[in-house]
Design a binder for this molecule. Structure first.
Ligand SMILES: *[C@@H]1O[C@H](CO)[C@@H](O)[C@H](O)[C@H]1NC(C)=O
Ligand SMILES: *[C@@H]1O[C@H](CO)[C@@H](O)[C@H](O)[C@H]1NC(C)=O
Ligand SMILES: *[C@@H]1O[C@H](CO)[C@@H](O)[C@H](O)[C@H]1NC(C)=O
Length: 492
């Protein structure tokens, strides 16, 4: 459930923002209908792959829309890359075909399309993490096909390779040999799809940092915080950890600036508890909040807490998700991986450290998203909100049938008059409550109720037994109910 929530959150927050439409490239009719993308199947996959030092394989399914959209772009990229020196081969496998399913599972294909880069005759497998339009595919694959780390021979090289807005990792060495250099190169190979690497004999070429160093040393150049960090431990594990940790900002910025989005994705993918400060970036006191928040981040980052600051202007999705209102800003919310949340609305800059301290000490009560408690609740079907769940469902000592619904869900709308009818028929029975809860506007205790779709029905007996009701069962008991076959809306 926690995972579902974070995935959903990720969607609301990030995907809608970042899924910029692929450039519409008029896929030029490939010459005389010649196909550049190789078709592979179970009969010739291993054979073909083993003959290539570098081959790209797309696993697709014929019915998959994203695959159909990718196809002309992939074909165009294959045609361009066929004249690269050396040629880069793109292939595809229909992973939906029964006979190819073994290959697909060997490559851990979970969704479509999945693209893998196979090196060394298939001995090294790497996830394709590049764009999905032809030019982007070409650029990405050219880079992946070259050495994992590029030599920087001049300041011009440095400015050409080290972008303004990206993390770049440079190894400074007195010579390009020895164990340090080998470890650096091996790690560059391992992490090449996530970061850009370079190596140099002369730190003077680099745009930042002490230029008189001769190495061996690794300098991570980044567009935020300290702007560069040096590191001299060449143990593979230590070096990898250094890169993972220093390549994310101390405080991730969430606003409408696309150059921040890769860090936002990293932020939501990391396994830590997440602290998020939502504030109006153009308000006068933003800077004082920012500095207090940075200090707090310095202090608590070691404790497994990751920090983000979000501009109200860009955070409607988050506000909806957490059930927050814009007039509550500046506000801070901390979310644990199990979904538990802690909230402080109308926070003053000076109170950031004290509130975090109280949170760390376990003195802050978890926050629950709830609709307001209805003032009148005398319809046959009772309205339950998160704040009345205890009273009406758990502590009432009655038999409660509770429907979890979503306002937009058509199947719930169809169920409504039936539920109403049932409720009316029980109206004179003081031991029975028929109730409904809007699961999009109220937090539900996920350890008690498993709500994967709408409507979901639960029955809590007066003695406290909780059972998930499927509609067929109900309809047997309640002759009046005529539920339709397996009809429900998906959650989120
Ligand atoms: C692999 O086999 C399939 C089916 O026999 C064929 O369509 C395809 O062209 C073959 N691919 C190669 C590269 O030989
Ligand atoms: C290279 O990495 C390996 C594995 O972590 C380590 O045993 C070795 O000491 C490293 N070499 C240097 C010079 O740090
Ligand atoms: C943020 O602050 C600016 C300047 O004070 C104001 O014009 C703007 O309306 C505010 N935005 C929101 C979403 O409150």
């Amino acid at each position: 459930m926690a995972e579902r929530i974070s995935v959903c959150f990720f969607f609301v927050f990030v995907l809608s923002l970042i899924a910029s439409l692929p450039k519409q490239i008029s896929a030029d009719e490939s010459a005389e209908g010649k196909e550049f993308v190789l078709t592979l199947d179970h009969s010739n996959f291993s054979d073909t792959v083993s003959k290539h030092n570098f081959i790209v394989v797309e696993f697709y399914a014929p019915w998959c829309g994203h695959c159909k959209k990718l196809a002309p772009e992939y074909e165009k990229a294959a045609s361009i890359l066929s004249s690269h020196d050396p040629p880069i081969v793109l292939a595809k496998v229909d992973a939906n075909e029964e006979k190819n399913k073994e290959i697909a599972s060997e490559f851990d294909v979970k969704g479509f399309p999945t693209i893998k880069i196979l090196r060394n005759g298939g001995k090294n497998i790497q996830e394709y993490k590049g764009p999905r339009e032809a030019d982007g595919i070409v650029d990405y694959l050219k880079k992946q096909n070259g050495p994992a780390s590029t030599e920087i021979k001049s300041a011009d090289d440095a400015s050409a390779f080290i972008g303004e807005n990206k993390v770049f990792i440079v190894g400074v060495f007195p010579k390009f040999s020895g164990e340090e250099f080998e470890n650096f190169t091996a790690l560059a190979e391992k992490l090449r799809s996530d970061y850009d690497f370079g190596h140099t004999l002369n730190a003077k070429h680099l745009p930042r940092g002490e230029s008189s160093v001769s190495g061996p040393l690794v300098r991570l150049i980044k567009p935020f915080d300290e702007l560069f960090v040096d590191f001299q431990d060449f143990h593979l594990e230590a070096l990898e950890k250094f890169i993972e940790e220093t390549s994310v900002p101390l405080v991730t910025i969430f606003n409408n600036d696309p150059s921040n989005h890769p860090y936002v994705i990293k932020y939501f993918n990391n396994p830590h508890a997440k602290a998020m400060l939502f504030i109006n970036f153009t308000s006068e006191d933003f800077d004082s909040y920012k500095s207090k928040y940075h200090e707090a981040a310095e202090q608590y980052r070691q404790d497994g807490l990751s920090f983000l600051v979000g501009d109200v202007e860009a955070s409607q999705g988050a506000f909806q998700y957490f059930g927050l209102k814009e007039d509550q800003v500046p506000l801070i919310v901390i979310q644990h991986n199990d979904g538990k949340k802690f909230l402080k609305p109308k926070l003053e800059a000076g109170h950031i450290p004290t509130w975090l301290k109280a949170y760390k000490a376990g003195e802050v009560q978890p926050y629950k998203k709830s609709e307001p408690i209805p003032e009148v609740n005398n319809e046959p079907v009772k309205v339950v909100v998160a704040d009345t769940l205890q009273d009406i469902v758990f502590n009432s000592g009655k038999n409660v049938l509770l429907e979890f619904y979503a306002p937009w869900c058509g199947h719930c709308k169809k169920l409504a008059p039936i539920l109403e009818e049932v409720a009316v028929s029980y109206q004179n029975d003081a031991d029975v409550v028929i109730a409904k809860l809007d699961a999009t506007a109220n937090d539900i205790p996920s350890d008690t109720f498993d709500v994967q779709g709408y409507p979901t029905l639960y029955f809590r007996s007066a003695s406290g037994k909780i059972t998930h009701k499927n509609k067929q069962l109900l309809s047997k008991k309640e002759k009046k109910m005529s539920f339709e076959k397996a009809s429900s809306c998906r959650r989120g």
